[in-house]
Write a protein that binds this ligand. Sequence first.
Ligand SMILES: [Zn+2]
Length: 316
Amino acid sequence: MKAAWDWHLPRKTEGEQRAVAEFAHACGFDTLIVPGPTGAMVRRGRELGVRVVAVVSPNAGADLVERHPERLQVALPVEENIAAAVSEWAPPYYQHLSHRWFSIVQSNRLLCYEHPESQEELKRRVREALTVADGVAFDGFGFQNHYACFCDRCRGGRERMMEEGMEEAEAIRRMSEESLVDVSHVLYLCAKDAKSDAMVTNHVWPPFNPNPYYGCRLRLDYCTQTISWFYRPAWSIERVAFEAAEMKRLEDPGANVFAPFIGVYADPDLVRPADRLAQELEIAGHYGHVTFCNLATPHRYPEIFEVVKSALEKMG
Ligand SMILES: [Zn+2]
């Protein structure tokens, strides 16, 4: 898989939608992952040999928050207060300013994966995406507080584990990881049932604190895991090589195929030099697959376009 993941290129008109698929193809990608792909984009992709894959997230919209709060993840009161304090007091660009690249508690509400109605809602999202797209990519599957849900159902499940003698911290680690693994499996089966040739992938995000390397357990065609991150300070190239090697070492071919994810934004303060990106792409190429996010970066910088194109050509 040679995938471009994009959030930033314009796609209001059908012409722009086709142009995103055309640019992905011009770079040499065979897969394009975007939120809400349209028929025009998918058709143009098929003409060019580019699979267009829809992002599916567990975000709960305002309607669900209002009507079905019992289906949502619950954080601890201390965490709700942290989120409220950040939203009330943090200056603009606080994350950027403080070099804290993910919040202690995410402000957006997420579905609880243990709730049967939440699983049904996620399955609906998968089926709906596949009426248009060639595949689905799960993004944002994690916990609002990065480690657990404290709704009544999840607390009850952990209490039963503790009654059998397990410590609370261990019950949290186990249950949370199983919850993420199980929902991925349910949605994988749902996608294949809806469309047998659907491509099922993801991006392992947000980080799962109890086990940052749990991605190897997810049932997927390709599990996309970060080897180089969007923000400063850029990881040393040695760390990039290590992350890729570690994820490959943990790969379980019965569950998924590891695909390295390289995140780079086009913002002048965040973009990395073309020669540095060439090194990262070479490391990814060593493992036979790459996911590159965002397309706006090679679109804006011709020297990065060249580096991406040449790396993808070498991968064959
Ligand atoms: Zn829960």
